[in-house]
Write a protein that binds this ligand. Structure first.
Ligand code: 13P
Ligand code: SF4
Length: 336
């Protein structure tokens, strides 16, 4: 933080100021599980990607302050164009988004005209606009199973999530070669050492982890599914193979259990903290509520094209649409 901003903030009770601005602006504060405990604790709602997307669509606030990464705030804006959506730090991106440039993805789609495109929500609005259905880690399996068995599918951008879904559903989706730098940083060797130290502790892992980590997991699922498992498991110690800030919610809800973050190659889990999520701070949240900046803007034609595949996901995930025929599913989302 530069000296001028530090001076502006000196002596301010930042939490009290955030409270004041939350009311004044009629703002709702959303936080992903990977945010720091201080941001999680003051958020109106903490959740996974699908839950936050739904929340963003439901809220009647005038302002959505999104403590998460840019693609998540972009989804909020796509679903609520009339609201002001702010992200405390506009540089809070995602390695999966970076690994899938829209023009390259458009060319990939064009090269496979007989495939439909299922795209993980961790991507830009432009990539969503090239897609047929958006999925999150908690909705993907249900959506794949709702598609005709012989339907050819492209899956982007996370190859590890795609490979895990292929295994779960028996499909042979063609996979884009993208990865999450955070989930790729877990070390199998270190995980095996940790398991040897805690032989009764189950491992709960996010499907963005490579197969060599997932192969050792007792449970694989989205952040909210991992949290649920950690709280419901009879085990007193649980090894958590996802971004370690989620452990804050576990410790709050089950203070008598022990939750251990799966290790990276250096034997501790610091390399598994998401560097993009870490850009958001209490101070930047305050400044963004004060200035209503940085603000997410999505041009209307792009928003409308990205909305279609997002709405398909929300309809299938909520049970409103279950049996999808290609005709219903893929009318006219084309990339250019
Ligand atoms: P969830 O949808 O499970 O919250 O995952 C989001 C994410 O960015 C994982 O790295
Ligand atoms: Fe992206 Fe990985 Fe960070 Fe999630 S943890 S926001 S997938 S870089």
């Amino acid at each position: 933080m530069d000296a001028r901003i530090r001076e502006t903030l000196a002596g301010l009770d930042i939490r009290a100021e955030i409270e004041r601005l939350r009311k004044e602006r009629n703002a709702v504060i959303l936080a992903h599980y990977y945010q720091t405990p201080e941001l999680q604790d003051l958020a109106d709602f903490v959740g996974d990607s699908l839950e936050l997307s739904r929340k963003a669509a439901e809220t009647d606030a005038d302002v959505i302050a999104f403590c998460g990464v840019r693609f998540m705030a972009e989804v909020a804006k796509i679903l609520s164009p009339q609201k002001t959506v702010i992200l405390p730090d506009m540089d809070a991106g995602c390695s999966l988004e970076d690994s899938c440039p829209p023009d390259e993805f458009g060319a990939f789609r064009a090269a496979h005209p007989d495939h439909i495109s299922l795209t993980y929500i961790n991507c830009s609005a432009a990539v969503k606009a090239h897609s047929d259905i958006i999925v999150t880690s908690s909705s993907a399996e249900k959506i794949i199973n709702a598609l005709p068995k012989d339907q050819k599918i492209l899956f982007a951008p996370d190859k590890h999530l795609g490979a895990w879904l292929n295994k779960k559903t028996g499909r042979d989706m063609l996979l884009w070669d993208g990865t999450c730098i955070v989930h790729e940083a877990f070390s199998e060797t270190e995980l095996l050492k940790l398991k040897a130290l805690h032989p009764d502790a189950p491992v709960a892992a996010h499907p963005e982890c490579p197969a060599y980590i997932l192969d050792h997991a007792h449970m694989i699922g989205s952040t909210s599914a991992i949290l649920k498992f950690a709280l419901e498991s009879p085990a007193s110690t649980i090894i958590v193979a996802t971004e370690p800030h989620i452990i804050h919610q576990m410790e709050k809800a089950a203070p008598n259990k022990i939750f251990i973050g799966a290790p990276g190659a250096d034997g501790n889990c610091s390399c598994n903290m998401c560097p993009y999520m870490a850009l958001n701070t209490l101070e930047k949240l305050y400044l963004s509520l004060r200035d209503l900046q940085p603000r997410i803007e999505v041009p209307e034609p792009l928003r409308l094209r990205a909305l279609l595949p997002l709405n398909r996901m929300l309809a299938i995930a909520s049970g409103a649409a279950t049996d999808l025929t290609p005709a219903q599913t893929f009318p006219a989302v084309t990339g250019d």
